[in-house]
Ligand binder design. Structure first.
Ligand SMILES: *Cc1c(COP(=O)(O)O)cnc(C)c1O
Length: 411
């Protein structure tokens, strides 16, 4: 997107503001499907938790995508926008049997990731097809906050538990129609990913009625200079070949599924904030903006480095800044970052603000969540309104202390 368009959107919708470029989302989706064009049957299930706005889900529906969901409410969002339930997979962790049953009732594909629930669900609903989430214990890169395949991870059923898993299936006569892995949020190394896939293929041989194999996600996109990006074209070529071979061995055409979030929406997003104050201390220059970790928590939570540009003064002399928020906590977005000279009132743009940014925002400090705009065919379309004071107090009830005291006395 052009900086002048972003500035115009802040003029129109005010700051802080999230903007998503529909063209970028579309091209990422097409890049992925294109990389796997030689697979007989491919399913992309967009991971709703990355960015769950209804209009974004509608865009994915138009693209032909399915959805990957982690809560009953995410399933309901998908249904609300018109996804047919068989296009929705439910891949939760640590949720109750009741929630899984509710989702099964709605007709979405269930994915179970522990033996306890598997046994209970299989006993009660042997006819409902389930997918099984395997933990292949492979670290597909990333740091410990985002790698979920390792031995201490809470995700998935360990491959070392296969004998018990198979016994449960035999005892309950339940129907397994898919197997799944999601090894972490960053595929750094295609070879490591392919290695994990081999474990999944080995596992798949134990099940006779599979319809699909789901390879999860973990596609990496660059956030800062020098970051590597998953080479999806190379992955597509190598995995397609192995997958097609496997289908021959298995004796049936299976669907190859992925469930990316970040890859599809991260780079499409821009977060625009206004500089409230430039504050010089003895050691640094702070740029204090009209936002904080209530709107964008990734820098503090994951040490994520989002590129920041001063789009009000793109030709200005570069200086070193610490960009901080207005929350009464240490909420540093970036320290010692080289940015074009910042003046109070300037608009700063955070890049890669599509995935896990708005969807992780909160009302901390009783602040409003930002508005969200979809940039579509040269127009800015409002897709969620900025909150108001009414939103902050909507569910709150004020106790009438005097009345409760009186009731005590009379009763
Ligand atoms: C979060 C999640 C994803 C999406 O991961 P990205 O890194 O955003 O691509 C996919 N599958 C499952 C099960 C998840 O929990």
């Amino acid at each position: 997107m052009k900086q002048k368009d972003l500035l115009a959107l802040v003029e129109e919708f005010e700051s802080p503001l999230y903007v998503y470029d529909s063209e970028k989302i579309t091209s990422q989706y097409q890049r992925l499907t294109n990389a796997f064009k030689n697979v007989n049957s491919l399913r992309i299930n967009y991971a709703v938790k990355a960015l769950s706005n209804l209009s974004i889900l509608k865009l994915f529906k138009q693209l032909g995508s399915g959805l990957d969901t982690v809560s009953l409410q995410e399933v309901q969002l998908g249904l609300k926008i018109g996804f047919s339930p068989d296009k929705i997979i439910f891949t939760p962790n640590g949720v109750s049997l009741e929630e899984i049953e509710q989702v099964a009732q709605l007709g979405a594909q269930i994915n179970i990731d522990n033996l306890s629930i598997l046994e209970q669900f299989g006993t009660r609903h042997p006819k409902v097809p389930v997918c099984i989430r395997i933990n292949p214990h492979v670290m597909a890169g990333g740091n410990s906050k985002i790698s979920v395949g390792h031995i201490d991870s809470k995700f998935g059923i360990s491959i070392h538990q296969m004998p018990h898993l198979l016994r449960i299936i035999e005892n309950t006569k339940m129907h397994v129609n898919g197997i799944h892995m999601h090894t972490g949020s960053d595929i750094l190394d295609i070879e490591v990913f392919l290695y994990a896939s081999e474990i999944l293929f080995e596992t798949a041989k134990h099940f006779k009625d599979l319809e699909f194999i789901d390879f999860g996600s973990g596609f990496k996109v660059p956030y800062k200079e020098g970051d590597i990006e998953t080479n999806v074209e190379e992955l597509g070529q190598k995995l397609t070949q192995r997958f097609n071979e496997f289908c021959k061995e298995y004796g049936r055409e299976l669907t190859l599924a992925f469930e990316p979030g970040k890859f599809l929406v991260s780079q499409a997003g821009y977060f625009l904030v206004k500089v409230n104050v430039v504050k010089q201390t003895t050691s640094t220059v702070f740029a204090g903006v009209d936002s904080g970790f209530n709107h964008l928590i990734r820098p503090m939570f994951y040490n994520a480095q989002h590129r920041i540009e001063n789009i009000s003064n793109p030709k200005g002399r570069e200086r070193f800044y610490s960009v901080v928020g207005y929350i009464c906590e240490t909420d540093t977005f970036a320290s010692n970052r080289r940015i074009n000279e910042i003046n109070e009132g300037d608009i700063l743009c955070f890049y890669n603000a599509g995935a896990y940014c708005f969807s992780m925002s909160s009302n901390y400090n009783s602040r409003f969540k930002p508005a969200e705009v979809l940039w579509h065919k040269g127009k800015g379309l409002l897709i969620s309104k900025r909150e108001t004071f009414e939103d902050i107090i909507r569910n709150q009830l004020v106790v009438d202390f005097e009345k409760t005291e009186k009731q005590k006395v009379t009763s």
